[in-house]
Design a protein around this ligand. Sequence first.
Ligand code: ADP
Length: 526
Amino acid sequence: MSDAAQVRQLETLIQIAQMLNSLDIEAVLRNILRLTTEAVGATNGSFFLFDEHEKRLTHFIASRELSAEERAKTSFSVLEKGVAGWVLGNRRAVLIEDTVSDPRWLMLEDRFRVRSAMCVPFFIDGSMRGVMTLEHTSPNQFDSTALRIAEATATQAGTSLRNAELFERVQTQQEQLEAVLNSISDALFVVNERWNIQLMNPAGRELLGSEDEDVIGKPLNGVSPNTMFATLTAMIIELFGRASAQDKVFTFDLRDDKLFKDFSVTARRLVKEDGSEIGESGDGGYVIGLHDVTSLKDLTRLKTHMIQMASHDLKNPLGVLIGYLDLMQYDITHNTMPDPMYIDHMHKTITRMETLIATLLEAQRSDRDVTMKRVPVDPHELIDVVLEDNADAANQHNQKLVKDIQKALRPLRGDFLQLRQAMNNLVGNAIKYTPDGGTITVRVRTEDDRFLFTVDDTGYGIPADQQDKIFSSYFRATSSATRHIEGTGVGLSLVKEVIERHGGQVGFNSAEGKGSTFYFWLPLLE
Ligand code: ADP
């Protein structure tokens, strides 16, 4: 090989090596073709590239402009019968000194009139993935040196294309992963062994609630105003601290006291395929998922409450029964015939107990649908029961329990017991949060084809800055006037749950020191 040829080859290879950084397949091929054409002094060149599995042509690049028809014709015939086909079949390069006398060259009606040509295969990871053809309009233009240059560049092209393909694959996978992460409602975080956030999805960012735009790389327990994340981190450290090396995943419950939400947390230690841990210090990082289970927890609480209420309600009829039994016993020991009305009353009372027990059993084994009956409910009967339920308590506090009930109310559809519980909660709160001597007004009417239940009180009211959280589980408003009043903060969240499950809506107005109005709407029975 002449000095000049050697220099040319070296230059070409260096330039191609530099291109390995370029990851756009089309651009890489075009550059390789251009450089090789120049290096071997060809007038034209072309590149065929197949995909890995199907041997389908994925790229066809020619150094000269071809019409769509020419491209189609060339790619078909040359690959099938021409020199490219020969190279594909024989898996080695070919040098054609004169196309006129070489049967391997397929003579197309060629306005460029190719006379000499070279065609070299190139391989990616051992499999043949394409051919590069270099042409000249005069015969005897290429020698073995030129062929070696072409072969060397083809080898480089293989490496370069492999990188580009890997990059494309990684990029596609990353895009798919991002699409999945973005679409799920669970909050997801990936942290390294120093708890710095490496990755998170939009739900995670929202939960984090950080004003800081650029939280990637910052510690999970340091960037959020939500103190739940400090607890979360501490819990994971503790769990894995106590765990054996085989324990890779932990699931635990976590409550966010600020947002009044319950989460089921899954923390997975990051490990490599061989089982060794990832991370410089060997501690490994974690993938942390937070699944919102608030409504499930609320349902459990609702169930517990219903059972508590039903058990409580069983006590009253039992007392009534014992009372009648005492009366009957008295009559019998005094040789008088007991009043048959007693039996009537006892019968009614036992039927009431039976219904309650049935409800209790149903609630105990229920899930969402079974818990709630959907039967016609007579609103007059419901209101009477609720007013009766609360009469004693209002009396004890010298409060007036005023009722303002529309005459003919249309029936509702729902669960009598749950609606009674919801109304009792609102009336009970009005009594509880109103000083002795105040007035509680229960208003019931049909408006805009809906059932409207309202409780007005002349009580302490709710401070304006605490009103937005009032329906969240466990939230209790605090003011000096109501500090002494006991409660759990569960009642209103249950009311909201019950009413919304009946297709209704709750609301309230309140002014501190003046009083509150709580209300809800329900759809009527069609
Ligand atoms: P609890 O009464 O057990 O605290 P609730 O969920 O029933 O729980 O009520 C939540 C909070 O709403 C109460 O702690 C109280 O601060 C406020 N609240 C509810 N009803 C009234 C009312 N009628 N007047 C004033 N404050 C009320």
